[in-house]
Design a protein around this ligand. Structure first.
Ligand code: ATP
Ligand code: MG
Length: 251
């Protein structure tokens, strides 16, 4: 489904690659968690997949088609197939739950229609169904600014799902939430993943969550892939390697 061949990214002026020689393939059904300390390259990695990142070397392919060479229009189509969930939710605070979720459908629509805010009965039904799936049926019309963090992320997930993606990407979607809420959100992500038969790729700081939910774990260190395998194979020594700071290495 997704293929990364020899992918490297070096930001302008940087001395080292932010991502270095990544060779990976991902298939439908994989629930992937990416671990790595701050600066390891996790966000850069996610951006390579959704086509937001210019590569220094290599290629990323979706179903055999190279994302890195696509036109803006082609990229727009590709991104429609990828739902995205963010750490800070990226919702519109003054708009209601259902209005925020409907923005997930924008990708399908002409701009004029978007501006007028006209949605078909079908689209409204679809948004309502997804909102109830994330457990917020009784808050459809509430402004998002009046929700808790966990509820906001449910809206974020509903917005990603309503666009009917094949791939779900998350850049630290629970980093701003408490452990219990994080667990609920991961349960929901996993449910969506299984029911819709998605490919899910999520960056996460919490190794406990990653081990509990992932079918496959990746660990990045200084832009390099240092682990790719089953969660149970991610032993203490991999943990130490992943999170060890360069300062510790010197002492
Ligand atoms: N736009 C940018 N311009 C220059 N350097 C960047 C840019 N974005 C990231 N970097 C650098 O690339 C490296 C990887 O960054 P990235 O944001 O991918 O890490 P991360 O694993 O997501 O970190 P965090 O856990 O803090 O979010 C870091 O050294 C970072 O400073
Ligand atoms: Mg990041």
């Amino acid at each position: 489904m997704i293929e990364m061949n020899n992918v490297s990214v070096r930001y302008p002026g940087a001395k080292h690659d932010a991502l270095s020689d990544i060779d990976l393939t991902f298939e439908k059904g994989d629930f992937i968690c990416i671990l790595g300390k701050s600066g390891a390259g996790k966000s850069t990695f996610i951006r390579c997949i959704n086509g937001l990142q210019e590569l220094t070397q290599g290629e990323v392919k979706l179903d055999g088609k190279q994302i890195s060479n696509m036109s803006e229009e082609q990229l727009r189509q590709v991104r429609l197939e990828m739902g995205m969930v963010f750490q800070h939710f990226n919702l519109i605070p003054r708009m209601s739950v259902i209005q925020n979720v409907l923005t997930g459908i924008f990708g399908y629509r002409s701009n004029v229609k978007n501006l007028l805010g006209l949605f078909s009965a079908d689209e409204l039904e679809q948004a309502k169904r997804v909102i109830s799936e994330v457990g917020l049926s009784d808050m459809m019309d509430r402004r998002v600014e009046r929700l808790s963090g966990g509820q906001k992320q449910r809206v974020g997930i509903a917005r990603a799902i309503v666009q009917r993606p094949r791939i779900l990407l998350g850049d630290e979607p629970v980093a701003s939430l408490d452990p219990g809420t994080s667990n609920h959100i991961f349960t929901l992500l996993k449910e969506m993943h299984q029911r819709l038969g998605l490919l899910t790729i999520i960056n996460v700081h919490d190794i406990g969550l990653a081990k509990r939910y992932a079918t496959r774990l990746l660990a990045l260190k200084d832009g390099k892939l240092i682990f790719d395998g089953n969660p149970e194979e991610f032993t203490e020594s991999y943990y130490e390697e992943t999170y060890e700071s360069p300062d510790n290495l010197l002492t």
